[in-house]
Design a protein around this ligand. Sequence first.
Ligand SMILES: [Cu+2]
Length: 215
Amino acid sequence: MNLRVLLLAAPLALAACTSALASPAATGMTKTSDTAPGFIPGPVTSGTFKTWVEGSTAVTYDTAAVPVGATAEVSVAESKSGARVTAALTGLVPGRAYGAHLHTNPCTANPAEAGPHYQNRIDPAAGPGKPSADPEYANPENEIWLDFTADAEGAGTATSVQKWRFDEKRPPWSFVLHERTTTHTGHGEAGTAGARLACLTRDPMPVYTERAGRG
Ligand SMILES: [Cu+2]
């Protein structure tokens, strides 16, 4: 069976799709919320931001910009050859623009510990304390950028679609909100978006003891 043809035909099948639980791959159906054909819904992480307490998975570091009680939901969908990430937020400052990305590490009390941006092709020049700022790597085709502007109610959404899939051995572990949008593209500043305002850790939390030694 030609899966690609089947999946591309998915929108035509939507009208007849009665079960959202049916496997898209098996039936050619996608959930109506998945406008692009071929993407199979994957992990969804959601949280309500609060100031750090031990074990927090949704932490705000700046309660003026990301008030306590603001929410975020990040969902990942993958196709045979691509990935789509969607972020949906509420409770933010109406009309404010935010930068946002997927980062490599879980959130902690220290905003910096969420690590650098997740990259499909890892910048060989980057390392601890030296984030990638080379536009060849720090760009929205190689990283997941989810910048948005909150609407009049303080809600916002953003979607990033890529032609690559996540590396399961080193998946992104956090969604980080920044103080400004990711508009810098020059050498040495590409991908930067200012201070980290808030952080949502992917569910479930990673188990580092199992991951240790894999590099
Ligand atoms: Cu970031």
